[in-house]
Design a protein around this ligand. Sequence first.
Ligand SMILES: [Zn+2]
Length: 474
Amino acid sequence: MPNSSLTKASLSAAVAALLFPVAAQAQGDAGRERFRATYKELVETDTTLSNGDCTLASNRMKARLVAAGYPDSQFRVVVPSEFPKFGNLVGEIPGSDPKAPAILLVAHIDVVEAKREDWERDPFKLVEENGYFFARGAIDDKSMAAIFVDSLIRYREEKFKPRRTIKIALTCGEETDHVFDGVEYLLATEPQTLKAGFAINEGGKGWLDDRGAPRTFGVQAGEKIYQDFTLSTTGPGGHSARPHTDNPITRLSEALARTGNYRFPAMPGEAVRNFFTRSAPLYPGEQGDAMRIVGAGKDDPAALDLLSNSDPVWNAMIRTTCTNTQVTGGHAPNAVPQRAQATVNCRILPGTSVDTIHKALVEVVADPRIDVALTDEPGPVSPPPPLTPEIMKPIEKLVAEMWPGVPVIPNLSTGATDGRFLMAAGIPTYGVSAIFVDPDGNGVHGLNERVRVKSLYDARQFLHRLVKIYASAK
Ligand SMILES: [Zn+2]
């Protein structure tokens, strides 16, 4: 019965047409459940400083790689003898071209403290609710760590033979680097392990608008340097009923008014100019105009001022900033003080030396009786990584495919990640998480940290493909 068989044929065609995209998608997402299990295991392994154990988390991630068929010897958990719970997982897939520089995938597996009584849900249980995963580390940075482990498992399944060596480093202590930092430790004790042509790290993210649509895709290219300065001054003191003019609190207050009101010169770098050029279309009017001017490399004072005054983040990207953060002084309510002290916290543009800022602060303070000293040892000075086509083109290609029309926007981070150690060690480091977050930042470092389930799964696909492109590149 030709008619009915035709109907049958067209029906199966229709069914196939309906099913095929689903099947193709399912194929592209093979192992999503396995990824979810990896991610769940990682976020449910507490890695806070107070209660956690990165060594356990590293061993668990290694076990997954070994279960996927990698030789046990290919991955190591590096446990520093003095810090038994700060274990770091390192290893690599060797590339076919020994001369091609390696690619380093770095993610920290420690997390910021999270108190059960403060959170709505258990921070160390993966809870899926209303299209979100909730957990401490849901984004920062166990998302990338789980994606990297999952990608390595997929590469093995796919029998992918990279041209460039792919290195992985899941490290501990990024959030508590005053105690121990895994990247710093590995660079000091076995620098060859992390040596790479460039690194992919946390820091860059996508932003959703308030309706949940992707708005921009960020690539972090450099970060500012953190440095505290201590201002201190002393005087002879005395009875406050017979005050004299040599008063340390008064003197320090006058100096703090100067440091507080001082604006360091605008010195937007390559990533920041790029940020403004690519952000300009999102800001019609005078802000967009100013962005285009600064983006084009012109240091127009009016444009720079307009941007600085519009948004503290833009201001912080344009210049080194210092702000008064702490002050102490005096020993009794009824005495002329003998001592006053303040902390000035600076965030220094990459490439500017701590010494330059120290000298500038001494000039701004402009009082030889006030001592201006570094509060602690300066961190590494790290030049920002270059935005080469080798790095940017594959990102732009994949973004255009997965989120058509969403601009790729490099940025300078005003905070700090382990990238500062890597960049100081000569490894250009780019923040590319590919995770789109809500305008409120999704509770990273705060309460009820969360990530959209779709954002996480999309980032998994993005990074899996991106690393493959980088690793195959000539
Ligand atoms: Zn982080």
